[in-house]
Design a protein. Structure first.
Length: 353
């Protein structure tokens, strides 16, 4: 094979690669429009969107090096289509938390506290309370709230700063510095996860706050079972592990999609301004994300800054904790604090009053 033939072969391979990568990128952007039930393949492309974007960037560099100006437009157009998605992960505005500190607003926080690390002394819960005071939080939504020493002990220590509270199912609670007028639970069939809402009166106006904890991915549970098997001398082959991870992940994906539809239907039943926050256990642009977002505003896209990842477990760095609000409300600032008490980071948002 001559040099010219090799050159043409390589060029053709890169062209095919570009076409495939661009097609999958566009499919990933719209994959969240499809329910995972019966559409697993389409729905799951969104989970590799960051890799597809990186591939487009590398191919763009390749076409620029080759000075193939016509083909440079393919990754450029593809990347331009990705700008709204990229905005759910990173914002290039500056940190404005100090600038809006003196403005009147409602500061809400969501935090999956992972049962306070099952720590029995109460120090972690008190450190978290101190941080919430420091951030001047008005409404605090906890997931995985139960601690080993009993939730009453924690509640009693929080009530001086948060005089109002509403309990959800088992591990869910909303603390508030404003009066809670009404509350209810949203339970899911065949799941220990749940959601809840509370009507909170803020300066004579009712705002309905949803606290959400959706089905987990199941990956950590699978890896834990594999570790236990290995500990007992049982060798689990990699193909079996991958099949188990895929099966648990797709099952969790379908369960979360149903849970998100249940919450979305509940949210349509109120005329009050709404804020929804919590641990969605799913990534931006997924079916769950789009279902719960609806016509609401993603607080991070509106007024966040920097790179937003909220899960710190293992080597993963993904955004799965969110705060959304109705368009009639206006966000002032949105940020996280890199606390190490849980495998999640707390997320904060200040909303104008």
């Amino acid at each position: 094979m001559g040099k010219l033939a090799v050159y043409r072969y390589v060029a053709m391979m890169f062209l095919i690669m570009q076409i495939v990568v661009s097609i999958f990128t566009i499919l990933g952007l719209f994959g969240g429009n499809y329910s995972p039930v019966g559409n697993n393949a389409k729905a799951m492309i969104v989970y590799i969107l960051p890799l597809l974007i990186l591939a487009n960037l590398l191919l763009l560099v390749y076409w620029l090096i080759k000075r193939n100006w016509l083909l440079t437009f393919v990754p450029i157009i593809t990347l331009l289509c990705c700008i709204p998605y990229i905005g759910t992960l990173v914002q290039f505005r500056s940190d404005n938390t100090k600038a809006v500190a003196t403005q009147d607003g409602l500061t809400i926080a969501t935090y999956n506290v992972a049962m306070f690390g099952r720590e029995t002394s109460g120090f972690i819960s008190q450190d978290i309370l101190a941080e919430m005071k420091n951030q001047k939080v008005d409404v605090l939504c906890f997931q995985e709230y139960i601690d080993a020493s009993g939730d009453k002990k924690v509640s009693d220590s929080y009530k001086n700063y948060f005089p109002y509270k509403a309990y959800g199912r088992d591990d869910m609670i909303i603390y508030s510095r404003y009066p809670i007028r009404k509350t209810d639970k949203i339970l899911f069939e065949y799941s220990n996860n749940s959601a809840m809402w509370a009507d909170i009166e803020v300066n004579g106006k009712i705002i309905r706050v949803y606290n959400v904890h959706l089905q987990t991915t199941g990956i950590n549970g699978t890896l834990h079972q594999v570790a236990k098997a290995n500990h007992h001398g049982i060798n689990v082959d990699k193909s079996s592990i991958l099949r188990a991870i895929y099966g648990n992940y797709t099952l969790g994906l379908m369960i979360r999609s149903g849970q998100s539809m249940t919450i979305a239907n509940n949210m349509r039943q109120t005329e009050h301004p709404r804020i929804i926050c919590g641990d969605f256990n799913d990534v931006p642009y997924s079916y769950v994300y789009k279902t719960l977002l609806g016509n609401m505003v993603d607080g991070f896209k509106e007024c966040g800054f920097g790179w937003m990842s909220t899960f710190r477990g293992g080597k993963k760095s993904v955004r799965i904790d969110y705060i959304f609000h109705d368009e009639m409300l206006k966000g002032l600032t949105y940020y996280k604090r890199e606390l190490t008490y849980s495998d999640h980071y707390p997320v904060f948002m200040k909303i104008a009053l």
